[in-house]
Write a protein that binds this ligand. Structure first.
Ligand code: SF4
Length: 251
């Protein structure tokens, strides 16, 4: 088994995804919600607020929250949002049905994110990634939002770079998001041990491809979702099967 060949193939696939033409990102498969989230020119704050909501619920549900609030508010301009009190947000998040498992905490995070976008970025969230900043600066700016940790910060920067084609001056600080698929695929490919935790997977990805560790993120996620199923991997269909030590029985 050659770890370099495995890494090279994952990176090559990641590069192909990175260089693919920009297209509508299907965050939710709800057309209105995806239109809102994809419109970084008119509503860059929708993307930030969805990232803030992205914890302890399924991602598809979190990405829907800005759209659900826009329906309840009949709009989603920063001018409208910045006048909402914390109680207003709480009501929007609660009625007629709760939008999140932890409505109180997430209302607090939503409200504080809107205030931060207003105060630090003059109401224009696109300033977070404008002017070809470094990846570290972009992740740092995401981390300044209450409720956003390193995993979501890296995920957000990765989506901006890979899907929205936002230029950064470097990609060193965009880490792999070690979700359940990545944590299953990495050891099966022999890139880490089966008992490796999240941090170990993250640092292994940094060691393998330091200039852009997150480049391997979507390839691993796709392999995990499509073929490398938790119970029985479907190696015959997987494009890593000729290199994979699990497929040939060597681990
Ligand atoms: S070849 Fe099989 S075990 Fe290896 S990554 Fe693909 S699906 Fe998983």
């Amino acid at each position: 088994m050659n770890k370099n060949s495995i890494c090279d193939r994952l990176v090559d696939h990641g590069k192909a995804l990175f260089q693919a033409p920009k297209q509508l990102i299907q965050f939710t498969k709800v057309p209105g919600a995806d239109t809102l989230l994809n419109n970084l020119e008119a509503h860059p704050h929708a993307f930030i607020l969805a990232c803030v909501m992205n914890r302890q619920i399924k991602a598809e549900k979190a990405w829907l929250i800005p759209y659900k609030i826009s329906e309840r508010l009949h709009g989603f301009s920063m001018e409208t949002l910045r006048h909402l009190t914390r109680a207003d947000v709480n009501q929007l998040m609660t009625q007629p049905e709760p939008l999140h498992r932890f409505v109180d905490k997430m209302s607090e995070f939503f409200h504080s994110a809107v205030q931060r976008i207003s105060s630090d970025y003059a109401g224009d969230a696109a300033r977070i990634w404008m002017g070809k900043p470094s990846s570290a600066e972009v992740v740092y700016r995401f981390l300044m939002f209450d409720g956003i940790g390193p995993k979501i910060g890296s995920m957000a920067a990765n989506i901006l770079a890979r899907e929205f084609k936002i230029p950064f001056s470097d990609y060193f600080s965009i880490n792999i998001s070690a979700d359940v698929h990545v944590r299953r695929v990495f050891p099966r490919l022999g890139l880490c041990t089966t008992d490796a935790g999240t941090e170990q997977v993250i640092y292994k990805a940094k060691a393998l491809h330091p200039e852009f560790p997150g480049m391997m993120d979507l390839p691993c996620w796709e392999i995990g979702r499509n073929w490398c199923k938790s119970r029985v991997p479907e190696c015959a269909g997987c494009y890593m099967s000729d290199l994979c030590p699990t497929a040939d029985g060597s681990i």
